[in-house]
Design a protein around this ligand. Sequence first.
Ligand code: SAH
Length: 340
Amino acid sequence: MILDMSLQELSEYIKNLGEPAYRAKQLFEACLLGKKLDEISNLPKSFKEKIEKDYPKFEVIAHLKSKDETQKVALKFPDGSIVESVLLKYKYGYTVCVSTQVGCRMGCSFCASTLNGLKRNLSAGEILAQVLFFNHILCCTLKKRQLTNVVLMGCGDPLDNFDNVTKFLKLVSCKDGLNISQRNISLSTCGIVPKIYQLADDGFSVTLTISLHASNDELRKKIMPVANAYKIEEILKACDYYFEKTGRRIAFEYSLIDGVNDSEKDIRQLASILKGRSCHVNLIPLNSVKEKSLIGVSRKRAYVLAAELEKLGISATVRRTMGEDIEGACGQLRNRVEKK
Ligand code: SAH
């Protein structure tokens, strides 16, 4: 698929088709602007016929808008896989939250994305398509865009699809393309330790976000199966390495589940394990997932716990919940495959 290609790879592809070199840039820009093939006016019909099979194809099967201006889209790819992505409006601009896999195999007990397991990885171009869909809606040109940030926080674990995700990071941040700086990209993982080292060693500098959700291994194992593979201590060591290499402050996500991980003792333990690190904690009152019996704490309770963390010297905020009414909030995106 053309969206999987860098400008250089696309130039090679065009050369192999025996077409003039300038077509590569024309095609690259048309794709990035999210145009359908029949909307591109500067390409001849004979050329379009040659590339038709490789041109990005997806169908918009749902496009929902929330009261708070959050938007959610469900895109269907030719194999019937459906992925969900979200557009969030902030004061400084727009953020797109993309999915990196169709479903997820991490099995976290509170998350809707993992309910039906993993169907497949998304390619770099399929992840990029989600960004381009919203960029197109916002009527942006390549040089002037309202879309400022990307978060890899939808369905799937980005580090479980390392090669495609890192290729996507290169494509979305490349100067010829959308040119979104890696500083404005957040990658969230449940903590696949060896891949955190690899991300740092490969020279990436995105903001690393760790879904911690517990301050000791015993509790973490109860709610996140990945905790059986990697201890919190190992995750924090990998984070220290990432910080040393990139100088980027690490963010920790902590979704507050009523009666499970929300006691003052849990929060004091969280402060003690993070003490001395350059990091920030996002507290998220758990969002409801209808298949799960777990419930979130009140926002009031979350603010009390954030203040407690601050008092203990850890920078903390309570994440605004956005798009809950369209099931577009954290943990509400789903693995959907078209029934044939
Ligand atoms: N798999 C990656 C990317 C998902 S990001 C990761 O684990 O980081 C989505 C974030 O929302 C993660 O921190 C995830 O643990 C959290 N989350 C999942 N279900 C949730 C829910 N029901 N309410 C609030 N947060 C949830």
